[in-house]
Write a protein that binds this ligand. Structure first.
Ligand SMILES: C[S@@+](CC[C@H](N)C(=O)[O-])C[C@H]1O[C@@H](n2cnc3c(N)ncnc32)[C@H](O)[C@@H]1O
Ligand code: SF4
Length: 452
């Protein structure tokens, strides 16, 4: 990375959303309730492709860097209770549909879906298959904690049709693992990958983090070398978002062991270069994929998407989220389940859904959403052309140039006519460019993670 780019990125290291949705979740309100959701679900038709997301809000132990919605439990009983309610939620939700849309993507996230016992996982998938029409080429993905993977679990995944696995790895070094409360020896990751391949679950992603305690450029390069040596189809390289005011357990991470903004940028750049050298292609801000991977192909076809899980090839216009805190996205708008397990169970006891909040999309929201998603996916956009192609009134976007001018002056963004191009090694700036099109953002108000 050029010294001028590094300097400019540090100067613009603002707190802005990650734009996994637009409008972003902090702008949801209680104006959307269970009645609204029932009416939205009833309008989905047979021809609509549907995506399903299942949130498992439990882990055996909490990793101190974790920003996900989850709870630690050594005992399995609470997980078993959750499974029975999750199945109930599948039934209740399916009963609100008047058609049978075709499910093209299923994703198990969390928390740790791999905490589920094999019989519980099979049971959930049988319930899904009993209530939804699953497309024959449906992608069924699950996030896995390699430390809890056993052969009976992988056999259950294969039998249930799982065809993509994403492994939480983060870092291979003992000092960092100790400082984040996640001891995960290398052989555990190797064995997990071998088991998955033995059961022909061969679409494998690995999650790595930079910006963790005790990490430096050398160790980051080593993480990439080891991870790429396993030849996963995809490697995600996320920057550790340190938000101790939101997640109390992050206070257990000694701040003096964390790399500063400059070190974080250099770590990302070192990892990026190492991944490109290994033949991976960068997609968006944080994904690196093998050139033949479906995500690389979707990118080239202009079909890359972004949803609550990040970059995806999932083009379904409707996504239903299950489990506490899960967010759904329907053509009319977004809604989020209550994050409170007890409230979630109580509503299901009454055959109802506890919807905490949501947002009905206006035409302006939809226009800005498509624009923001495009920028997050492609790091460039011809605004005038995009508006013309999508029937958006360009003037209604307001004075976005006021926000972009400082980025242009510092060489992070280039303007060619009405085309905005973000510098190749400064993809992080996409979030700031998107903020220029965000009609809800209040400068300095929201506390998000920093760009770098
Ligand atoms: C739900 S977890 C993955 C599955 C499983 N629970 C595990 O940890 O192995 C999803 C991913 O989110 C990322 N993640 C979690 N907390 C984060 C944070 N504070 N900042 C950035 N990425 C984070 C990690 O890379 C993690 O692998
Ligand atoms: S990173 Fe994964 S295993 Fe660790 S606490 Fe978060 S969800 Fe659980």
């Amino acid at each position: 990375m050029e010294a001028t780019t590094l300097k400019a990125l540090l100067k613009h290291n603002n707190q802005v959303p990650r734009y996994t949705s637009y409008p972003t979740a902090p702008h949801f309100s209680d104006a959307v309730d269970s009645e609204t959701v029932s009416s939205w679900l009833s309008t989905l038709d047979d021809g609509t492709n549907l995506s399903l997301y299942f949130h498992v809000p439990f882990c055996k132990k909490i990793c101190w860097y974790c920003g996900c919605h989850t709870k630690a439990t050594e005992k399995y009983d609470p997980v078993a209770t959750f499974v029975s309610y999750l199945k109930k939620e599948i039934e209740v939700t399916a009963s609100k549909l008047q058609a049978a849309p075709s499910v093209t993507h299923i994703h198990f996230g969390g928390g740790s879906p791999s905490y589920l016992q094999p019989d519980d996982f099979r049971d959930i998938m049988s319930t899904v298959r009993a209530h939804f029409k699953i497309a024959h080429n449906c992608e069924i993905a699950i996030e896995m904690d390699p430390r809890e993977i056993t052969e009976p679990k992988v056999a259950a995944y294969a039998q249930a049709g799982v065809n993509r696995a994403s492994l939480g790895v983060q870092d291979f070094h003992r000092d960092t693992q100790k400082a984040i409360n996640r001891i995960q020896p290398l052989h555990v990751v190797f064995e997990c990958v071998s088991l998955l391949r033995a059961y022909e679950i061969s679409d494998i992603s690995i999650d790595l983090l930079y910006g963790l305690p005790h990490q430096n450029i050398e160790k980051i390069r080593e993480n990439v070398r080891i991870a790429a040596g396993l030849s996963p189809n995809r490697i995600s390289l996320f920057g550790y978002a340190h938000v101790p005011w939101m997640k109390k357990h992050m206070q257990l991470i000694a701040e003096e062991t964390l790399p500063d903004g400059k070190q974080r940028l250099l770590q990302f750049e070192a990892a990026r270069e190492a991944l490109l050298e290994k033949g991976y292609v960068q997609i968006g801000l944080d994904h690196f994929v093998q050139p033949q991977d479906t995500m690389a192909r979707a990118y080239l076809k202009g079909e890359l998407q972004r949803n609550f899980q990040g970059y995806t090839t999932d083009k379904a216009p409707a996504l239903i989220g299950f489990g506490p805190s899960a967010i759904s996205s329907l053509p009319q708008g977004y809604y989020q389940n209550t994050p409170n397990n007890r409230d979630y169970y109580r509503a299901l006891d009454d055959n109802d859904l506890d919807i905490a909040r949501g947002l009905e999309l206006s035409d302006d929201d939809k226009a800005r959403r498509s624009l923001i998603e495009h920028i997050m996916c492609y790091q460039r956009i011809d605004v005038a052309r995009f508006c013309e192609e999508h029937g958006i009134n360009h003037a209604s976007l307001g004075d976005y140039m006021a926000e972009l001018t400082p980025l242009i002056a510092d060489g992070l963004v280039e303007m060619r006519g009405s085309e905005i191009r973000i510098k190749t090694d400064a993809a992080q700036v996409s979030r700031i460019v998107c903020a220029a099109f965000d009609a809800y953002i209040q400068p300095q108000a929201a506390q998000h993670s920093q760009v770098a």
